[in-house]
Write a protein that binds this ligand. Structure first.
Ligand SMILES: [Zn+2]
Length: 156
């Protein structure tokens, strides 16, 4: 993880993009995916945790982002079409804005020891339960050093 982080981090640092800033436009996000050198080899999860992870998108928020965007965590970056890219950008904005407004996740605490109010759609209890959108059973895989929860019905 550390090696990956060091390899990718300067790219994001240079862009100074945070997911909730006005500069994080669809056009810029699309350009990031387009310019990504390993897009034919790496998955969207890899891209998201090794890049924007620096900007505050952790593995847990990523579950909800990919769910909202209806994209499977193992999809190659190069395979993501324009419509999906737009959905993904919207899902990042929506998820991170909600997370900040609600003071973080319910399973983490702030400086004053108050729990956050952001309820994750796909958390560790989601596995085996029906998808809130389509009713398909949520699956869990171990992938890239962390658990990935996803709906095999919605996320392709
Ligand atoms: Zn579903």
């Amino acid at each position: 993880m550390t090696g990956v982080y060091h390899h990718i981090a300067p790219v994001w640092a240079k862009l100074r993009l945070t997911p909730i800033s006005d500069e994080f436009t669809y056009e810029r996000f699309e350009q990031l995916l387009e310019d990504y050198e390993e897009k034919d080899k790496k998955s969207i999860k890899y891209f998201m945790i090794s890049g924007p992870g620096v900007l505050g998108i952790g593995n847990s928020y990523l579950q909800d982002i990919l769910f909202r965007a209806k994209i499977h965590p193992k999809r190659l970056v190069a395979d993501i079409n324009d419509e999906e890219c737009r959905g993904l950008h919207g899902a990042i904005r929506e998820t991170m804005k909600k997370a900040i407004e609600l003071g973080g996740r319910y399973d983490e605490r702030d400086l004053y020891n108050n729990p956050g109010r952001y309820i994750r759609i796909l958390d560790s209890k989601a596995k085996g339960n029906p998808c809130p959108a389509c009713g398909t059973t949520i699956e869990k895989i171990q992938y890239l050093g962390g658990a990935s929860y996803f709906c095999p019905g919605c996320q392709t």
